[in-house]
Design a protein around this ligand. Structure first.
Ligand SMILES: C[C@H](O)[C@H](O)[C@@H](O)C(=O)CO
Ligand code: MN
Length: 419
């Protein structure tokens, strides 16, 4: 049945000159970096008792991973339902302390050895993030702090994270994307906008001055427009980030929850790709604010994927996910988000991009609309289902039964909800 439907779909797409086999082959090469923090509501393992930094997880669905084994098991469960080989994205707060606990400025590769082993065993890469929130020294500004000892603490943390990133890259024989995001900002109208930005710039210069292998560690910088309690001023704004990344030869990271509500990352990608070799993404779903809802197969996700595919930028855009929903089954949240990113990419790969480009240059806007609207009801689902089948992943809706079985056999054994 799945094969027959695939053959029919293949013939339909062929009418527009689209080769479904070639599209699936390309899709199979695309790695998505799956963020570990959906599994435990961004709590981490280094003792933070609450989230801070203007981000917020809401919901109290049972089954949160409360230790590294549970988190790894949960990620394996998700990967068993997601076709292809992907990557994992860790925060520094997921350090594993077997013996003595150290503060974030003293983190070393040994604190991530178990994660490295996890990835090595599965033949996947690791991406990494310094964690500049949920910590006693992150109550005010961090890398932009006027308190020199606090600023230095976070500089040392980021330097430690570059060393850990290089360790991952060397051990796993694949690059490590290291993303710096700081929550620094102010609730109300600032008395000084320049000072914190100057200090942030100086901190970044100091962090990047360490000797590291730029082929192995790809440092990127994530901007933001505002956070909870930081509504009036964000140090790492979009302008700061793009300008800094350009002059420091690092990559910008665009999170599609980090812009004004009518701005879209899909429209920013082509401009950014013209001026940067590498661009990193956090694909998320902002609902009225940077709420980090699960990524859906919605218009903006499809549009982002179209921009990556049609600009031939699959090897220059680093796709990572960034959402954390605690109100639903977390394994389902992850799986839906991963599947939807893949479906959006497949949707883009199944479009006659060259034809659409030519039609635009010929000003045949009627045909562009006609093709795009016709394709909307084409059997993408049959191509997707076939792809799932060829990877021994649950097809159709059966992934949901798998999630529910896992909920019964594993998640329900876990203790009470967290606060
Ligand atoms: C936990 C993430 O690193 C964090 O969400 C950051 O990427 C962000 O998007 C903050 O709003
Ligand atoms: Mn983000």
């Amino acid at each position: 049945m799945i094969n027959r439907r695939y053959e029919e779909a293949k013939a339909m797409y062929k009418q527009f000159g689209v080769d479904t086999d070639a599209a699936l082959k390309k899709l199979n090469d695309i790695q998505i970096s799956m963020h570990c923090w959906q599994g435990d509501d961004v709590v981490g393992f280094d003792g933070a008792d609450s989230l801070s930094g203007g981000i917020q997880t809401t919901g109290n669905y049972p089954g949160r991973a409360t230790n590294v084994q549970e988190l790894m098991d949960d990620m394996d469960e998700v990967f068993s339902m997601v076709p292809g080989t992907h990557r994992i994205n860790l925060h520094a707060s997921y350090a594993i302390f077997d013996d003595e606990k150290v503060d974030r400025d003293k983190l070393e590769p040994k604190h991530f050895e178990k994660w490295m082993q996890y990835a090595k065993k599965r033949g996947i890469g690791i991406d990494f993030n310094p964690t500049l929130f949920a910590h006693p020294k992150a109550v005010g500004l961090t890398l932009a702090s006027p308190d020199e000892s606090i600023r230095q603490f976070w500089i040392n943390h980021c330097k430690a994270c570059i060393r850990i990133s290089q360790y991952f890259a060397e051990e796993l024989d694949t690059y490590c994307l290291m993303n710096i995001w700081i929550p620094d900002g102010l609730k109300d109208i600032p008395g000084d906008r320049l000072g914190p930005r100057k200090r942030f710039k100086q901190s970044l210069d100091e962090i990047l001055s360490i000797d590291y292998d730029k082929e192995k560690v790809i440092v990127c910088l994530e901007s933001k427009v505002f956070g909870i309690g930081m509504e009036s001023y964000t140090v790492g704004s979009s302008e700061f980030t793009l300008n800094y990344a350009q002059q420091a030869h690092i990559a910008p990271l665009l999170d599609n929850g980090h812009y004004h509500p009518t701005e879209v990352v899909s429209d920013k990608l082509s401009s950014t790709l013209l001026f940067f070799d590498k661009v990193a993404l956090h694909v998320t779903r902002p609902v009225r604010w940077d709420s980090d809802h699960v990524v859906l197969f919605d218009d903006e996700t499809k549009e982002i994927a179209k921009e990556i595919v049609r600009n031939d930028a699959l090897d220059r855009v680093y796709i990572g996910l960034d959402f954390f929903d605690a109100s639903i089954n977390r394994i389902s949240a992850w799986t839906v988000g991963m599947h939807n990113m893949q479906k959006a990419l497949l949707h883009a790969l199944l479009m006659p991009m060259d034809t659409l480009r030519t039609l635009q240059d010929q000003e045949d806007f009627t045909q562009i609309m006609a093709i795009q609207e016709t394709l909307k009801t084409f059997p993408l689902g049959d191509v997707w289902n076939y792809y799932l089948q060829t990877h021994d992943c649950p097809t159709g809706f059966s992934w949901y039964d798998e999630v529910m079985n896992y909920e019964t056999s594993e998640l329900e054994k876990r203790g009470a909800h967290h606060e």
